[in-house]
Design a protein around this ligand. Sequence first.
Ligand code: GLC
Ligand code: MG
Length: 535
Amino acid sequence: MADRWWQAGILYQVYPRSFQDSDGDGIGDLPGILARLPHLVELGVDALWLSPIYPSPMADFGYDISDYTAIDPVFGTMADFDALLSAAHAHGIKVLLDLVPNHTSDRHPWFEESRASLHNPKREWYIWRDPAPDGGPPNNWLSEFGGSAWEFDPATGQYYYHAFLDKQPDLNWRNPAVREAMHDVMRFWLRRGVDGFRVDVIWHLIKDDQFRENPPNPDWHPGRPPAEKVIPLYTADRPEVHDVIAEMRKVIEEFDERVLIGEIYLPIERLVTYYGADLSGAHLPFNFALLNAEWHAETLARLIEEYETALPEGGWPNWVLGNHDRPRVGTRVGRDQVRVAAMLLLTLRGTPTLYYGEEIGMADVAVPPERVRDPYEKNVPGIGVGRDPCRTPMQWEPAPHGGFSTTEPWLPLAADFRQENVANQQDDSTSVLNLYRRLIALRRQNRVLTQGSYEKIAATGDILVYVRTLSGDRVLVALNLSGEPVSMALEGRATRGRVLVSAFGDRDGESVDGEIALRGHEGVVIALDRTPAGA
Ligand code: GLC
Ligand code: MG
């Protein structure tokens, strides 16, 4: 039975800068999250994952860490963190932190020592190489955020490697001292009561020890990120990374009931290797397949099938619709389809992760050039890689600054925040928020949805239909991916039942017999009648 909390539960990602500001600096913080905890309790989620809250120069908004075991003053204090942790726990909500082991800030004392001299004891904590014979970078490795991944350090005459910004030097994970230091960071937070980690770019941790050139990517074309000019054959997804992850997993296992989640952008067949040999890797390698999927019934059905088939024995699935790095689902599939997307996310087999704002159907916000904050957009402008649009403040109320802050927020609010916000949706039974609440409540109470098997029934045209089954109990999900009405005859064993949840909240309880008719952008979750014994 799959009933560990991170299997049956629902995860919710908070981007702390953008959830709730409590001290009027226009930036969200920990006391703000604490104040909004009732929203998460009402929503019914099981765990909160916080993007980084540690001291940071904020070159990459917290993904450049200068101290792994403290809280950045912009977010509050350690006492604020402890208060949030114990309040969340009091409501039965787990708290996960973002662990960023691949790189530190260039202002982390480890790096400051490392760059101080060729013979500093911390030199081998980072990846230093001599220049190429012509004085240029050691090889052709590229930074995800544009340009060479190598930065020259004039003081010591060597280059250091950075997979992201030059202000984010990569740690040398081949060095056991680095591993031990990071394990101690994990223990520091686990002892404090943290329930696990989402590990940043876990598939990047190990790079080729021979520093071989990455092959050119024949499919690259202008308009694609410059990092894609080469195939990251020698800089990511290296075989030795699995040993590193297994060691992290052992640290997690020193404590009860904690979870290890990995951020991994790879094709499904590579992704599933991150469960590790004999499940010694991540409990949940994040499955981002829906982030780029074409929104067509057949494509989705194929992708679900492919994932279900690729999972190793005992490997628990998971699904994600959005995060702080990718366009919001409301923009990708269109606002009209967010209900259908929610129904998909919350009825598939596997742990769902929600990204803050999805529950009110938030879409990307156009950020004017003078307000761009994301370093990726600044380095690689104009091709749409910017991540500010999906990081805008949570829309709470039809009040100044959306109830997020008492002052102009660090990123602009959506233009329509006075209509689209938690307070307005609260009282509207047809709102996206109330759909999320009903789906989550259903998922919490109906074990077919958390434990049942998955079987595709139909994926034709714009209609996607599948059934979840647990010891004879069956729940059927029918989704209309278009704006046109569709209908489908139900055949075989699955013909009669009762609607548990419908996209617009107006068909709950309706009986179904032989046919499902869906309005545009509608979906239904149906409890099928049990087949009579012997039938
Ligand atoms: C991950 C984070 C992203 C960050 C990058 C570098 O992909 O999700 O926000 O910029 O790692 O740390
Ligand atoms: Mg603040």
